[in-house]
Design a binder for this molecule. Structure first.
Ligand code: AMP
Length: 322
């Protein structure tokens, strides 16, 4: 434990009740960091990759459908993945919080997840993007080994010379294996798929005010510290306010402070679009609006009706004179 500089009390309680998405390319360390959150805070890790691999190994109907796509480094169909996720999120251990690892991976999955969570009134708290250069990713994936029993992930590059790489979760765990899709050809395909289908989610979650970015090109402990720092930092208020149904009591003061500093909050267009934001922060909005030029320009629009009425009256008078 001792590596973290956080108050284990409050921070721990807060983190153990978060609904988190870890976003990043294959090999960026999502699985490893998700495991850290499991160990430290008891958050269940929901990895669609692990769930799919388990379904394939057990030969379930979902597994049979998923295998070919997984072997080719392609995404498994949304129907299968959403079926698996829906079942998993219905389990009682997810009631408090969880960390999603490898899901969502495209816009359709992100929309479906948002709809599922809206239904139960429990939206996401944070999305953390772990950024790692592609060169490092390829090296990591080539050295990645996992435990066939508990799915714990290790890397041959993290082991000292002469040291055996074994699963640390029990002496009865079998030798580590390399995933069949961790070969060079499939990795290239998976990175392409990430760029095309998953990367657009970065913008999507940024617009929703959920995104936090961390540099994942560092030792595992350092990345864990960055991850926890990112999770504990207040969400950008103006954007977070647009999340439907979220009770913001936990961080309202910090959020308002951040909001008043944000340039984007002063953009008239986006502010006008956010109905929720308008309701929640009338004072801050009025203050910002008073400073904005475009508001003055908009004035004639609000006077439009009387002008039109005056024109009508003038026209009537003219007709009467004739
Ligand atoms: P991962 O362990 O997250 O790297 O996932 C391994 C493979 O499982 C991927 O290359 C995909 O074929 C499949 N997979 C995992 N998660 C998803 C998802 N959310 N949507 C579609 N396919 C997925």
């Amino acid at each position: 434990m001792g590596v973290f500089a956080f108050d284990p009390g409050d921070a721990g309680r807060y983190l153990s009740a978060m609904r988190i998405v870890l976003l990043g390319a294959p090999g960026s360390g999502k699985g490893t960091q998700a495991q850290r959150l499991v160990e430290r805070f008891g958050l269940p890790q929901i990895s669609t990759g692990d769930l799919l691999r388990s379904a394939v190994a057990r030969g379930t109907p979902y597994g049979l459908q998923a295998k070919a796509a997984m072997d080719a480094g392609q995404l498994v169909s949304d129907a299968v993945v959403l079926g698996i996720i829906r079942d998993r999120l219905a389990e009682s251990d997810t009631l408090r919080g969880y960390v999603l690892d490898g899901f969502p991976r495209n816009q359709a999955q992100a929309r479906a997840l948002a709809a599922m969570l809206r239904e139960i009134g429990k939206p996401l708290d944070a999305v953390v993007l772990i950024e790692v250069p592609y060169k490092e990713i390829v090296k990591r994936i080539a050295g990645r080994r996992s435990c066939p029993k508990c799915a714990a992930v290790y890397n041959i590059h993290d082991v000292g010379p002469g040291e055996a790489l074994r699963c640390r979760n029990g002496n009865d765990h079998p030798p580590l294996v390399q995933r069949p899709d961790d070969n060079e050809a499939t990795v290239t395909k998976r990175l392409e798929v990430y760029e095309k289908s998953t990367r657009p989610l970065v913008d999507l979650y940024a617009k929703q005010g959920l995104l936090r970015r961390i540099d994942g090109d560092a030792p595992t402990d350092t990345v864990t510290q960055r991850l926890m720092g990112a999770l504990l930092q207040p969400a950008p208020a103006s954007k977070a306010a647009s999340r439907s149904g979220r009770k913001t009591g936990r961080k309202s003061a910090a959020k308002r402070k951040t909001a008043s500093k944000r340039k984007s909050a002063a953009k008239p267009k986006s502010a006008a679009k956010r109905k929720g934001a308008a309701k929640r922060k009338p004072a801050a909005k009025r203050k910002t609006a008073a400073k904005r030029k475009p508001v003055a320009k908009r004035k004639p629009v609000t006077r439009g009706k009387p002008v039109a009425k005056r024109k009508k009256a003038v026209a009537k008078r003219k007709t009467r004179r004739r």
